[in-house]
Design a binder for this molecule. Structure first.
Ligand code: HPA
Length: 277
């Protein structure tokens, strides 16, 4: 079966499991340790990925593996709790299936979140970073293969991949809440290994402020389908070549989880303005 058909079948299945009349304009992808935000959604309906035909499961222990449809700040939101990654052996089109489903269901604004290592010595672990732009160093594109014209163009422009008006809205909200929000470039690796010292130095020289193993392909697929994209990294560790400390996934989950408390406040407070920006 072609990818397009698989995505359409999943979109039909999700739609059939949503309450009638529920048509979210805002989509949310929650990364490692970011369950707290999902839990603050009210009137929630869960749609486990294993109820959707051909939807790739997430094998990462810290990812719930379901869609959650509900209200956040009173607005209907469709959230992906957990994603799959290239490092799990998934193909690029599988990694972005959730985003394409959201687009087919009418989502117009996509909020991408992740846990990432800070490459910028001024950006401490535990902080939040607004993703201004990305370097896709994963070796893959979400747009490989036959193009589906109904979804978007063969050669999409990505000169404004992340929406600056939505970003500005998050910055204003952060200021009003007294939350520090760094701004920078996110670099996506294939993973699953963390970086060597030399890679960390190279990525910094390339202009990256944070490094992680997700998000970039999702942003490309969302942009391809005409969605407006905003991204936030929860900085779970500092990844600096000259004072490098070992990183473990347990530490990433613990620190990202703490940063996610602020992420929840930020997104929940910004949502009404984001939907109008
Ligand atoms: N590198 C890659 N991915 C990550 C990191 C990191 O340091 N921290 C959280 N995800």
């Amino acid at each position: 079966m072609q990818n397009q058909e698989k995505v359409q079948n999943c979109a039909v299945a999700v739609k059939s499991l949503l309450p009638g009349g529920f048509s979210p304009k805002i989509g949310l992808v929650l990364g490692t340790g970011m369950g707290a935000l999902a839990e603050s959604m009210t009137e929630a309906n869960m749609i486990p990925y294993n109820r959707l035909p051909d939807f790739p499961p997430s094998t990462v222990a810290s990812h719930a593996g379901r869609f959650r449809a509900g209200l956040l700040a009173g607005l209907p939101v469709l959230a992906q709790e957990g994603r799959c990654h290239l490092y799990e052996g998934r193909r690029p089109e599988e990694v972005v299936m959730g985003v394409r489903i959201m687009a087919l269901l009418g989502v117009e604004i996509l909020i991408l979140t992740n846990a990432a290592g800070s490459l910028n010595p001024r950006f401490p672990a535990g902080g939040l970073m607004l993703i201004e732009d990305q370097i896709n160093f994963s070796g893959h594109s979400a747009l490989t293969g036959p193009n589906v014209e109904a979804w978007g163009p063969r050669f999409p422009d990505v000169s404004s991949l992340y929406d600056s008006a939505l970003g500005a809205c998050l910055e204003r909200t952060a200021l009003a809440l007294g939350l520090r929000l760094e701004k920078g470039v996110y670099l996506c690796t294939h993973g699953p290994q963390f970086e060597t010292r030399a890679e960390t130095r190279a990525f910094r020289l390339l202009g990256a402020d944070a490094v992680g193993m997700s998000t970039a392909l999702e942003a490309l697929a969302a942009n391809h389908m005409g969605l407006r994209v905003v991204g936030i990294s929860c900085l779970s560790n500092q990844n600096l070549p000259d004072c490098m400390a070992a990183t473990s996934m347990d530490e990433v989950i613990a620190v990202a989880g703490r940063a996610a408390q602020n992420l929840s406040r930020l997104i929940t407070s910004a949502l009404p303005d984001l939907s109008k920006a």
